[in-house]
Design a protein around this ligand. Sequence first.
Ligand code: ZN
Length: 140
Amino acid sequence: MNIEIATAPDVRDVDVPKDAWTQPFWDAAERGELLLPRCVNCGHFRWPPGPFCPRCRSQTVAWTAPGAGQIYSFTILREKKDDGSVQVIVPALIAFPGADGVRLIASIAATPIDHINIGASVELSWSPAKNASIPIFRVT
Ligand SMILES: [Zn+2]
């Protein structure tokens, strides 16, 4: 029996849109760090990034590591390639117990499908795009 392995989609040609609110995320990603904006005033993680804290309207932000992640939700996509092979892509929502409310959309890769479960702990990796490094995760 074949064991299906989740693989990251090929994003090498993806041109990631960036703006003033997301640039610090992408700068940290280039250094291999996952940092998320956290309100300096009330401590709320402001995800997705934006000009104001949705809780207290403050504009002050500190880019902060969210700690270890886990799978909040996922789906399994099977894409048949021209050569007849099947690529298994698993888009997921990654939650961070240390960053309440954050749900990061990312792919699960390098993981057997039967190891992918809601609540599973994940470790961070990076997938190179045209102009950025995109976070992907592997079940630990
Ligand atoms: Zn706030």
